[in-house]
Design a protein around this ligand. Structure first.
Ligand code: ADP
Length: 245
């Protein structure tokens, strides 16, 4: 997020380097139930991001001192594979992955009926196979489909997408160049049935008006992602049949 570059990120016709308009998200593909051995799973592509999520549980919580007698806890592990970025990523946990794991679990806690499973743990694993900006949103999008695929009772599914600012324009779903050289990145996630925001972060700077526009654009983008999440689950449970509601 340097905010400066000689590269033209949005041309005078309002087109971005990958040909999108400012309020257009990248191509999105979502598939539910891709892993045989997990209780639930999902695969998500958003542009060049490739993300896998797997869920186990509810099951007995380990380590036991983390058990909550009133509800299940959600333990999330976001991990970027070494080969997911162009410079080899040092394997293992770092500050960024701890942060993303925490905010992902907190967003999911808003929809999972954890009170049904005292002392249990619901374990969510997110693997970033290929990264191109927006992986926390792709990871959360995949994780909530994987939870639904595991049959875990939820109030709703959580879709996530980022908005931001590059070349002075408010944009939906920043790609890597826009994220690197733009002025702001605002990842968000919502509960679609209420429009409650369950994840909101901001890196960089924008005016209050630009921020309001980014939120509006992001919420609309989340509803697009939500439609695809539901289609993925319907495809999974209707033998590849009709994906309409
Ligand atoms: P997000 O992926 O959610 O947008 P960031 O804004 O922290 O999260 O990262 C933006 C992008 O920067 C990532 O999607 C990835 O392409 C790249 N990136 C992040 N961490 C690393 C790393 N350790 N090495 C190389 N590239 C990275």
């Amino acid at each position: 997020m340097s905010g400066t570059t000689d590269m033209i990120l949005v041309n005078k016709d309002g087109k971005r380097i990958d040909g999108r308009t400012p309020d257009e998200h990248r191509d999105i593909k979502i598939e539910a139930g891709v892993l045989a051995n997990a209780d639930g799973s999902a695969y998500v592509e958003i542009g060049k991001n490739k993300v896998l999520a797997a869920v186990y549980g509810p099951r007995e919580c380990h380590p036991r001192h983390l058990q909550d007698p009133t509800k299940a806890i959600i333990q999330c592990k976001y991990n970027m594979q070494t080969y997911s970025v162009s410079d080899r990523k040092r394997p293992g946990t770092d500050r960024r992955s701890v942060e993303i794991s925490k905010i992902t679990a907190e967003a999911l806690e808003k929809v999972v009926l954890t009170e049904l499973y005292p002392r249990a743990s619901i374990d969510v694993y997110i693997e970033i196979l290929q990264a191109n900006a927006g992986t926390r949103c792709a990871g959360l999008t995949a994780a909530s489909v994987a939870l639904a695929d595991a049959g875990i009772p939820m109030r709703d599914i959580v879709p996530a997408i980022a908005a931001g600012k590059a070349d002075g324009y408010v944009l939906l779903d920043l790609n890597k160049e826009e994220d690197n050289f733009g002025q702001a990145d605002v990842p968000m996630a919502i509960v679609p049935s209420t429009n409650e925001i369950v994840l909101l972060q901001m890196d960089g700077n924008m005016t209050r008006e630009e921020f309001d526009k980014a939120i509006e654009m992001g919420v609309r983008g989340c509803h697009d992602v939500y439609k695809l999440q539901k289609e993925a689950l319907l495809n999974r449970y209707s033998d590849g049949g009709d994906s309409d509601e």
